[in-house]
Design a protein around this ligand. Structure first.
Ligand code: AMP
Ligand code: MN
Ligand code: MN
Ligand code: MN
Length: 282
């Protein structure tokens, strides 16, 4: 038997990437929700964690350094969460700088594609950059630009018509491979977690292959519980983790209080806490 796990959330976002709460407000919200252990896992940046250094609420909420790395596997984009990383690792910092360049290049290309698709070229890039506020720029910032320009009614529609997988604004980049992502996380002293396996529009057969490769490459855990997952999918993933002898992780993937269906610390309980990655990390 393992001791009871604290109330935790190992996957969240702030304004350092595409979340809408500044890191301090995310931390307050976590404290209000009774979360005892929080990992801030912004896309391709640890800038939000830097900002929380010395925050008084860190006596109440334990912060675990994290990141969600954009990576490629078999020609597809996947997300690898790094937990308990040393954010001062020079190698990690260089790696993140490379991703920032790729994101900036992609932002320019997204703009060009949107204009080509008939969206009025009204300072799209400048507006997206302003919304990103110097943080990691991504498609959700363009979604907001499209909403504010009246091109679509909401972010969902922006993804459905312009930015989602296979749409014109889904610009393919040469992201680092997932082996590179796993390596940089491990060299920074952290553990690599495959984020939300059912969110890649892959068949379960494909997911099995992905998880097999992930274990082979040194991955430690797969997420089995997150916002929107069905009980069946969670059970499938927990079974897969047991079969592959890999640990499990979970988190809300919280981005914004505006998304009323998510909250910090809110996601279905993991069924087999003995396999939980926190048993290794705490
Ligand atoms: P990016 O990191 O720029 O590739 O953008 C991916 C992010 O877009 C995800 O982390 C989500 O926050 C958001 N996202 C992806 N698909 C959708 C969708 N269908 N509707 C709303 N947001 C989405
Ligand atoms: Mn996101
Ligand atoms: Mn993700
Ligand atoms: Mn995420």
């Amino acid at each position: 038997m393992v001791a009871a796990l604290p109330k935790y959330d190992l996957h969240t976002h702030s304004t350092a990437s595409d979340g809408t709460l500044p890191p301090e407000e995310l931390l307050s919200r976590a404290a209000e929700r009774g979360v005892e252990l929080l990992s801030l896992t912004d896309h391709d940046t640890v800038a939000g964690i830097d900002l929380l250094k010395g925050h008084p609420l860190l006596d109440t909420v334990r912060l675990m350094s994290g990141v969600e790395l954009t990576a490629s596997w078999s020609g597809r984009m996947v997300h690898i969460v790094g937990l308990n990383i040393d954010t001062q690792s020079a190698q990690l910092r260089r790696y993140l700088e490379g991703l920032e360049r790729l994101r900036n290049e992609r932002a320019e290309k997204i703009c060009q594609r949107l204009v080509k698709a008939g969206v009025p070229d009204n300072e799209l890039l400048a507006k997206a950059k302003k919304i990103a506020g110097g943080g990691s720029i991504g498609r959700p910032h363009f979604a907001q630009v499209l909403v504010e320009a009246g091109v679509v009614n909401n972010a969902q529609a922006a993804f459905k018509n312009y930015l989602g997988t296979g749409k014109t604004g889904d610009v393919k980049m040469q992201w680092p491979t997932f082996n590179e992502a796993i390596d940089v996380i491990r060299r920074a002293g952290g553990e690599a977690v495959l984020a939300h396996p059912t969110k890649y529009k892959m068949t379960f057969t494909k997911i099995r292959t992905l998880v097999t490769d992930f274990v082979q490459a040194g991955g430690a855990a797969i997420e089995v519980s997150y916002t929107g997952i069905t009980p069946n999918h969670q059970a499938d993933l927990e079974r897969l983790a047991a079969q592959k002898g890999i640990l499990v992780s979970a988190g809300s993937d919280f981005h914004s209080p505006g998304q009323s269906w998510t909250d910090v610390g809110k996601f279905p309980a993991v069924k087999d806490p003995e396999r939980h990655i926190l048993t290794q990390l705490l």
